[in-house]
Design a protein. Structure first.
Length: 506
């Protein structure tokens, strides 16, 4: 040791504790960095869970398989659709005269579920069946028969190893509510930013999107209105992830697009020869309707006044006229189940963004009208489509199912009037509607929300975060790195100071 160094040591008795303190803090800093990295990147054991929902709609049944990591079931957006299987044939309500066939039809999709879900998890996988408007209508017509049908379907599903939770007809309000939950869950609208920094500062609420569902036999509108929601039967209260929501919902039975078409055609008085003309089909289009089968719905009171078994519908292809016929369905009608569907039902002013799915999407997508086109452009496109002759349309879209293709003119006009005169969207806020079939790979519909609710997968309160969000992780890393850098600089400055002093021989 030189004399100078010896002198420094004697003249700066504090230098050792300072260096020790700096070294100690550096060790803490490094331990903290390593600990954060380990916590953040630790591999959780990835056990996957499964759930199955059967959507027994009026026009068809679909089976959905959902999957989620077992440890993260309360986080939002963790449940994902793994598979969608369309059941062959019509909806279960069409089997009212041959109830055993309704269950049998499900076997292909249930077999598929058995293949996809690991065998050792079959018995713990919950399976739900929810039936919607088709079964609501059958129950109105014949309650016992609808129960027999459900029992028969249940009996068939019990042959499978899944944890079957029963088949039931869900209420229109549930259908609307669960659809609203599905889309907002998938869009990530429920969870405030769960980063701990944001949470400490109160978190930020995200607005929810309204949900518009157009099925074959009913249509639902569900959204959070600006003011109060009035009638109790149209109000849903949810507490999800620490936020309370008061939601307006209404389901219009008989105003799904298939039943609405029946109402529309029932307005027309057939000629003696048993033909009716309709501006809602393309010119040259003809369809023979079996009177008993077509009008066998409680939505229409009484059969048309005809002696014919078959009524021939002839298309006229006139969108403007078609909208007049559709409008008539929305005002008071004396031959339908609901005498005053839209004008007498309370609905707060639509508010915020909406997602429109099912037939809203199928129809608007076919007409390339899913890009928030202005009302005028929507009308023009629909007018042009309806004005085309059926033969031309058929030639242009040889791959499209004739049933769908022939009804696009009616369906598009129906959607336009339903949105603007039923739900009261205006040319100013029609562009708030996004027509979507899927959100992040998941079908938009009520089934996901139904399963999330029944499996208690959406907590009322915000779960405490187990690991850091990416933002928090990066923030912590930056803070600790700066901390270490400062310590390093201090050490450098300190040792330079010592050196200077040593050189000066202080
Ligand atoms: N264009 C087109 N129409 C479809 C398609 N799939 C279903 N539809 C029709 O769209 C309408 C609504 O279908 P869904 O949403 O499945 O109706 P649903 O669930 O059976 O009926 P609800 O019980 O009233 O909900 C029905 O008239 C169907 O026939 C499709 O892929 N393309
Ligand atoms: Ca449906």
């Amino acid at each position: 040791m030189t004399e100078a160094q010896e002198g420094v040591k004697q003249k700066n008795p504090w230098h050792r504790p300072v260096i020790l303190l700096i070294a100690f803090l550096m060790v803490i800093g490094i331990v903290a960095l390593v600990a954060i990295a380990v916590v953040q990147n630790k591999q959780l054991p990835q056990k996957l869970k499964y759930g199955i929902v059967l959507d027994a709609g009026s026009s068809h049944t679909a089976l959905y398989i959902y999957q989620w990591p077992a440890e993260k079931q309360n986080d939002t957006g963790k449940v994902q659709q793994l598979e969608a299987c369309k059941v062959e044939g019509p909806g279960i309500s069409s089997y009212s005269k041959e109830v055993t066939k309704a269950g049998l039809a499900l076997n292909q999709c249930l077999d598929k579920a058995k293949e996809i879900i690991p065998e050792h998890q079959h018995t713990e996988t919950p399976l739900y069946l929810g039936a919607t408007a088709g079964m609501r209508l059958l129950r109105l017509q014949d309650e016992q028969q609808s129960q027999r049908l459900l029992n028969s379907v249940e009996k068939f599903i019990r042959l499978y190893p899944f944890n079957f939770q029963g088949a039931r007809i869900i209420r229109g309000q549930e259908e609307g509510g669960y659809g609203w939950i599905t889309i907002n869950y998938l869009l990530g609208n429920f969870l405030k930013d769960s980063g701990w920094i944001t949470q400490l500062s109160g978190g930020k609420d995200t607005e929810t999107f309204g949900a518009l569902d157009l099925g074959g036999a009913s249509t639902q509108i569900t959204f959070v209105p600006e003011g109060d929601v009035e009638p109790e039967e149209s109000t849903l209260y949810f507490r999800l992830y620490g936020t309370s929501y008061t939601v307006y919902t209404h389901s219009f039975l008989c105003y799904g697009k298939d039943q609405a078409l029946k109402l529309l055609l029932a307005q027309r008085k057939e000629s003696v020869s048993g033909t009716i003309t309709s501006p809602c089909f393309n010119k040259e289009y003809t369809r023979n309707l079996n009177v008993t089968a077509f009008y066998n719905t409680p939505c229409i009171l009484g059969l048309p006044n005809t002696t014919q078994d078959i009524i021939k519908v002839i298309g006229e292809g006139n969108a403007e006229e078609c909208r007049k016929h559709v409008r008539a369905l929305f005002s008071s009608t004396d031959y339908t189940l609901t005498s005053c569907p839209f004008n007498c039902v309370y609905q707060p002013q639509v508010q915020g963004e909406f997602v429109a799915f099912s037939a809203f999407y199928f129809v608007m997508n076919f007409l390339n009208l899913t890009g928030k086109e202005p009302l005028k452009q929507m009308k023009d496109t629909i007018d042009n489509f309806c004005a085309r002759s059926w033969n031309e349309v058929k030639d242009n879209f040889p791959k499209t199912r004739v049933k769908y293709l022939s009804e696009y003119c009616f369906s598009a006009n129906y959607i336009l009037i339903l949105l603007t005169e039923g739900y009261n969207f205006t040319s100013d806020n029609l562009n708030k509607i996004q027509f979507m079939r899927k959100i992040k790979g998941n079908d938009a519909g009520w089934t996901l929300g139904y399963m999330l609710n029944l499996t208690n997968m959406i907590p009322a309160e915000l779960p405490s975060p187990r690991s850091l969000t990416h933002t928090s992780y990066v923030t912590l890393m930056v803070i600790f790195s700066l901390f270490l850098l400062i310590l390093l600089l201090l050490t450098l400055l300190n040792s330079r100071g010592l050196l200077c002093r040593a050189q000066k021989g202080i």
